[in-house]
Structures are given as structure tokens and as C-alpha cells.
Design a protein around this ligand. Structure first.
Ligand code: PLP
Length: 372
């Protein structure tokens, strides 16, 4: 089996497994308890929060652990409408459903309107058009993703942050695909809110966090206890938190080498695909400029192309068709629909990690030759 679906989720790093195992064995107290077991669990969370914050150059008080990226995003969108007097959200048709559906929900509740900035046919956001939208209207929340999970396009977050600074807009940057893969500076880029999900960079599922700029106060999504400084009730997932912090530590320790290695895998895959498939194409910016982990390949229409993803799976190659987060069923991709003119071609997203090898790329190419 060859796993090329790392944008959907990644395998756990051995160091993460070992860290989580250690915590599971030795630290089971409830962090809210005042006895020694509780104090030990509380200290663990504090230590993890400090590690995460230092890797992102922010204050520990700006990190709130959540169950996933989706939860963090929902907290921000609801919080802006409820608490920050925001009734206008500017976003794009290429966002993850976590953003799109949370925005639609606010529209349904009558709390805001949504304005879309149109991408070009490569999936890029026109910065001038964005500026025009931001400046013409009331104070807005701009929700745009840093790295697109389907086509890998990267947003110029510095430019978007600058526009938000100029027109006093809030900036929610969906960094779920880019944390652990980029050295972030939220302050420099004027990002007020960012979301993280540990399973995208070899950490566990069921844990993420919200970065919330320290000058901003929003209310929690759930009602309950006072965990996460009254922002996220519910007994903390200490195993997940420990795994997340370890995954971040490993990711940032080896960042440069991992990025260079994964880039070389992707470049090799592009080269080989061009050699074996005439008329192969690449959706979005994934061929060259996009996120190093994502390659969205556009295969020409053939007798067998409809079955390509399925046949790859039969041959032991795991990739993805539509959006990964609805994996299991291949649904039509709203991202490709928004940018790709010829939907008759078959799009397959191959997404890589440090655990993949050149040999796997070679094997994959052999299978593609056979089944395409
Ligand atoms: C860009 C992006 N945002 C948000 C999410 C949601 O993350 P989670 O499934 O951890 O809630 C994903 C998941 O694939 C994603 O790729």
C-alpha cells in the first residue's frame, strides 16, 4: 500500500506515539482537580501550550485547545458575529466546508451577509479585487485559507493581512494545511485568528487549537466548565494535547529538510507524469508554486479515466478525488468546480509526506501507466 493522501490525514510520527503512550500511562489526572494528579495534568497542558506558542512566536495565552480545526473556525465565525459586531464576512468559493458552512449558518441566522472574492482559473485570489471589496462596506471579517487543501494554492497572507490592517478588518486565516509546514508569524501578517488540526502533520486526530489574538475577546461556542480559560468547556484531551505539541516540535525541528525532501518527491512525480501521460495537466498552482505536499493532477478523458481513482486503490495506491474531508465517497469538488473549465477530465489529488519515497513515486507511475 502506498499512501498519497496526506492532505486528508497523516500517519502518526513515532515520537508522537511514544510521547502519547508515556502520557497515557503516567498522567491521567483531571487537570481541573486540585490534588497532585490534577496538578500534574495541568502542568502538562501548560507545558504543551508554551511549546506550541513559542513555535508560533505568540503568547501561550493566545492558544486555546479545541477538538479540531473545524471547531476553532466555528468559534471565530460565530464569535465575530455575536461579540464583535461583525455583520459582513468576505471569503472565497475555495474555502473548506468548515468556513463555508459556518458562514452559511450565520447568514441563515440573519447575523451576517457573505461577500465572495472570485478566484481566477488557477485558483488565485486577486488582491486588488479583495481590497476593493474590503474597503467598500462596513467593517468585515475576512476568512481566507493560507494553503488550499485540494489544489495547494498559497495565499499571500502578508498582503491580505496588510489590507485588513488598512481597513480595520479582522482576518481569520485557515492555517489547517499550513501549520507544521511553514514558519508562521501571525503578528507580522496581522492575522487575528488561525486554526490548527494536529492530524495534518503527523499528530493525533481529535485535537487542534485556535490562535486568538490577545487583544480580542469572543465568547465560547459551548457552555459548561471553565476549561481553556472559559473559552472551551469540557475536560481537556491531555493525550491529544501532548501529541499535538510533540508533532509540532518534530515538524518545526526538521522543517527545512522535510520541505526540501517533499518538494523533490513532488517535482519527481510531475516529471514522471509528464513523461508517461501526454496531455497531463495540473489543477491550481499545484505543479510548481503551491504547497509542497499537494499535487492535483488533471488526467485526460479516456475510456478508463472515470475509474482511475478506484483502480489506483485496487492496485494499492491511496489518493483522493474530491475533497479529502468527505473521503469515502467521491463527491464533486466545489473547489475544482469554481476554477476548472473542463470537468470531464479526471482530477486526482496526490498528497505527500516525509514518509513517502521516490520508489513509491516510481511504483505509482507504473500503476498509472497500467490503469489510465
Ligand atoms: C484547509 C482545511 N481547513 C479546515 C479543515 C478541517 O479540519 P478538521 O477536519 O481537523 O476539523 C481541513 C481538513 O481537511 C482543511 O484541510
Amino acid at each position: 500500500m502506498i499512501y498519497f493522501d496526506n492532505a486528508a490525514t497523516t500517519a502518526l510520527d513515532t515520537e508522537v506515539i511514544e510521547r502519547m503512550y508515556g502520557v497515557m500511562k503516567n498522567t491521567f489526572g483531571n487537570p481541573s482537580s486540585v490534588h497532585a494528579y490534577g496538578v500534574q495534568a495541568r502542568a502538562l497542558i501548560d507545558e504543551c501550550r508554551e511549546k506550541v506558542a513559542s513555535l508560533l512566536h505568540v503568547s501561550p495565552s493566545e492558544i486555546f485547545f479545541t477538538s479540531c480545526g473545524t471547531e476553532a473556525i466555528n468559534m471565530v465565525i460565530a464569535g465575530c458575529c455575536n461579540d464583535l459586531n461583525i455583520h459582513r464576512i468576505i471569503t472565497s468559493p475555495l474555502e473548506h466546508h468548515a468556513v463555508m458552512h459556518a458562514c452559511e449558518h450565520e447568514v441563515k441566522l440573519g447575523r451576517c451577509k457573505v461577500e465572495l472574492v472570485k478566484p481566477d482559473n488557477k485558483g488565485n485570489i486577486n488582491i486588488e479585487e479583495l481590497e476593493n471589496i474590503v474597503k467598500n462596506g462596513e467593517r468585515a471579517l475576512v476568512c481566507l485559507m493560507h494553503a488550499n487543501n485540494e489544489i495547494g494554492n498559497l495565499l499571500s497572507i502578508a498582503e491580505v493581512g496588510e489590507i485588513c490592517r488598512k481597513y480595520n478588518a479582522y482576518f481569520l486565516c485557515d492555517t489547517v494545511q499550513s501549520i507544521g509546514k511553514f514558519d508562521h508569524d501571525f503578528k507580522e501578517n496581522n492575522i487575528h485568528f488561525a486554526a490548527c488540526s494536529a492530524h495534518k502533520f503527523h499528530g493525533p486526530k481529535g485535537i487542534g487549537f485556535l490562535y486568538l489574538n490577545g487583544d480580542i475577546k469572543i465568547s465560547p461556542l459551548l457552555q459548561g466548565g471553565g476549561q481553556e480559560r472559559n473559552m472551551r468547556p469540557g475536560t481537556e484531551n491531555i493525550y491529544g494535547i501532548a501529541g499535538l505539541a510533540k508533532a509540532m516540535e518534530v515538524a518545526y525541528r526538521n522543517l527545512e529538510a522535510d520541505v526540501a525532501y517533499i518538494k523533490s518527491l513532488k517535482a519527481y512525480m510531475v516529471k514522471r507524469l509528464k513523461e508517461v501521460i501526454s496531455d497531463v495537466g495540473f489543477n491550481g498552482e499545484s505543479e510548481e508554486n503551491g504547497l509542497h505536499t499537494i499535487l492535483n493532477v488533471s488526467f485526460p478523458e479516456t475510456r478508463k479515466s472515470d475509474m482511475l481513482l478506484y483502480n489506483l486503490d485496487i492496485e494499492g495506491i491511496t489518493a483522493s478525488g474530491g475533497s479529502a474531508c468527505t473521503s469515502g465517497s467521491v463527491t464533486e469538488s466545489h473547489v475544482l468546480k469554481a476554477i476548472v473549465a473542463d470537468l470531464k477530465r479526471t482530477a486526482i489529488r496526490f498528497s505527500f509526506s516525509k514518509f513517502n519515497t521516490m520508489d513509491e513515486v516510481d511504483k505509482c507511475i507504473e500503476v498509472i501507466k497500467k490503469v489510465s
